[in-house]
Design a protein around this ligand. Structure first.
Ligand SMILES: NC(=O)c1ccc[n+]([C@@H]2O[C@H](COP(=O)([O-])OP(=O)(O)OC[C@H]3O[C@@H](n4cnc5c(N)ncnc54)[C@H](O)[C@@H]3O)[C@@H](O)[C@H]2O)c1
Ligand SMILES: N[C@H](C(=O)O)[C@H](O)COP(=O)(O)O
Length: 343
């Protein structure tokens, strides 16, 4: 199925104490100049109204539903209410909001899987208050993998990609301490994630022959085994296995020199061994335009690349650019590919 133009985007409100509500209000005011697809917010209408009032933003919010959102969107910000409540306390995250924060994500996936929405866009969550409330997943990415499985997908593998205008970058290990990430790194992991990235670069991003650049783990990619053995024992065999399958992969590349402009001309996506190796270059190159995309799932999810920014919550200075880029990319990917699961 293609051409998801007759469905809105579902957007989860994220952490209410952060900048998510402000960004949603601002994005709605910019809907025409940015040619945004219609979207609705899974989140509390009164909280959005209270945030608009605090910020002096003239944004009418209307109680809506996925099926009414396209009709409502031109005149007001459509909000689909949650069963759980959230409090309006900018800069003060609380585990008391966790049930509502999680419900928004869960309901968004339900809407996309049922075909009521074309794709899911998530506003940032703060992990710590969710963990305090018993949330068992490190972040959205892992939780979305779990939800896909609950909805019938067979062994889904959620892969994080940060997609910016100059760089696409994927961490093989994600929300782990550096010590745990190194211990978890295997040839199998690198190969499995790379296969998903290769497939989705073709199917979702329309790159006919994706070129993958695989980063080394250690300084100088191990300097021939003198600065750590992982590059020769884990990364290089993974690259060779990928090449044997016909995937255009190079590496292990020294990660200090693979992200400069000329080096980036040689590949379409970088695969990195740990979270910050992947995310530092892409966020540094384009913090305001980069989008977090989840690959490997039978539905599309995007998110801004930044977090909850408690330091500027409700101050009126948060930039909606990355959220807007996330909405546009979700819409584009939904038009390119089927997002409905057969369950
Ligand atoms: N997609 C997500 O859910 C997601 C992504 C990243 C971080 N987080 C979470 O966010 C929380 C805070 O993380 P952090 O402080 O490392 O990163 P952050 O991105 O929230 O903030 C880093 C800096 O960038 C600024 N900033 C962020 N977004 C901005 C925007 N739209 N406009 C202007 N300035 C902006 C902040 O004010 C801060 O100075 C953590 O709990 C983290 O887990 C969530
Ligand atoms: N690792 C992400 C980042 O630093 O930008 C962030 O934690 C969001 O991850 P999820 O999309 O899995 O919540």
């Amino acid at each position: 199925m293609s051409g998801e133009l007759n469905r809105p985007l579902a957007v989860s409100i994220g952490e209410p104490a952060g900048i998510g509500p402000e960004l949603l209000l601002k994005a709605w005011t910019m809907r025409e100049e940015c040619a945004l697809p219609p979207f609705y917010v899974l989140g509390d209408k009164s909280l959005l109204e209270a945030r608009a009032k605090r910020l002096g933003l003239d944004v009418p919010v209307v109680a809506s539903g996925p099926l009414e959102a396209i009709r409502d969107f031109s005149n007001a910000l459509p909000a689909v209410s949650l069963e759980n409540v959230m409090s309006d306390a900018p800069g003060q995250p609380s585990a008391d909001n966790a049930a509502a924060v999680i419900e928004a994500i869960t309901r968004g996936v339900e809407d996309v899987v049922a075909g009521r929405a074309s794709a899911l866009v998530t506003c940032p969550i703060a992990k710590k208050p969710l963990y305090e409330a018993g949330f068992e997943f490190p972040g959205h990415t892992e939780y979305l993998g779990h939800l896909a499985e609950q909805h019938g997908a067979s062994a889904p593998r959620a892969v994080m990609m940060l997609a910016g205008p100059q760089l696409k970058s994927v961490p093989i290990t994600v929300h782990q301490s550096l010590r745990d990430a190194i211990a978890a790194l295997t040839q199998k992991e690198i190969v499995e994630v790379s296969r998903i990235v290769h497939r989705e670069m073709r199917e979702r991003f329309g790159v006919a022959q994706p070129r993958l650049a695989i980063a080394g783990l250690n300084p100088h990619a191990g300097e021939g085994g003198t600065m750590g053995l992982e590059d020769e024992e884990i990364v290089r065999p993974a690259v060779e296995a990928l090449r044997a399958e016909g995937i255009d992969a190079i590496g292990p590349l020294p990660s200090d020199t693979m992200f400069h402009a000329r080096a980036r001309e040689n590949y379409d996506v970088a695969l990195c061994m740990y979270h910050d190796q992947a995310l530092i270059p892409v966020k540094t190159l384009a913090f305001d335009e980069t989008v977090n995309v989840t690959l490997g799932l039978p539905f599309i999810r995007t998110s801004p690349d930044h977090g909850t920014a408690f330091d500027i919550a409700a101050k009126g200075i948060a930039l909606p650019d990355s959220l807007i880029a996330a909405m546009k990319l979700a819409h584009q990917l939904a038009r390119n590919t089927s997002t409905r699961m057969s369950v």
